[in-house]
Design a protein around this ligand. Sequence first.
Ligand code: ADP
Ligand code: MG
Length: 345
Amino acid sequence: MSVYLELQHIRKRFGAANVLDDVNLQIREGELVTLLGPSGCGKSTLLRCIAGLADMDGGSILLDGKDIAALPPRNREIGMVFQSYALFPNLTVRENIEYGLKMRGIDKTARRRRSEELLAVVELTEKRDAYPQQLSGGQQQRVALARSLAVRPKVLLLDEPLSALDAQIRKNLRAEIRAIQRQFNMTTIFVTHDQEEALTLSDRVCLMNKGRIVQEGSPEAIYTRPRTEFVARFMGSYNVLSRQDALRLFGRVERAAESYAVRPESVVLLNGRNEPLEPGRRVAEGIIRSMSILGNVIRYDVEAADVRLTIDALNDGRSLPLAEGSPVLLALDEAQLLHLDREGA
Ligand code: ADP
Ligand code: MG
């Protein structure tokens, strides 16, 4: 892999707190990487360090072969979009988009050409003379995106750009951002605290906790192979089990681990289905404690062998949802158990 942006040993403290604790990351040209993690884990601080808006206490940032850590923000060739649209309220859409070009002394004809190009990309050509307050949140964020792309940055940083928007607009704009990012082959770091957003958007997900990247990988890998309890809990509704819980449920546990995880969709409820039990599976008795319909999935809270499990069943109409209090049979297989390491191991 040819590395385009490289973060090496980034450290940042606020007082006694280690907000960034030895962050290392390599990004390919054209790659979209998300930084995912709970509020306060250091995502925005990391973006601000990359953009030059915050000083680092250690580490280096290499972009396209050059160390940019000592450069002021305007010389870093990095574009940034924030959660709050941060447009200039007294400038029109076109003037907002052209702002960076004007600052760089680009002449009016070239500025017009570029802003028209970007207005078309974000589908706001008709709004070119409007002011920000005349636009919806989603439209304002598209202007912010166009403005940051206008100066042809080498890297685009997006800090929770969709978090202030309504669910449906968020999904549409998410898909648009991905399409534009691919069209421009734009090297992008996208920050979010929403795991679904990270999984749908990214080439690669970096999950952060307490100032560190705790696991990174493709969306598929990070979802299906969490390495620690934190990742398992953050990435999905994994059931995390102690060794004793796992032994009671599964009868045996071949390999010792800190704890074990089971995906909610991997445990099969046998009731109402005339399917033969797959060889190697063990049957446990349980009771439905509650259920909720999440659309295409029915989510059950099941108690079995003194363990509470979240179990997802496809809501495919082949059997009726099981009511609270119903006895159930669970098909379990030790192969469903993921082995989790201790945090920081
Ligand atoms: P995130 O974007 O992941 O929610 P931030 O990077 O904003 O997290 O913050 C990381 C930690 O650093 C938090 O504990 C936050 O309170 C702290 N922090 C951020 N900015 C400052 C600052 N200017 N002064 C002191 N502490 C800060
Ligand atoms: Mg933040």
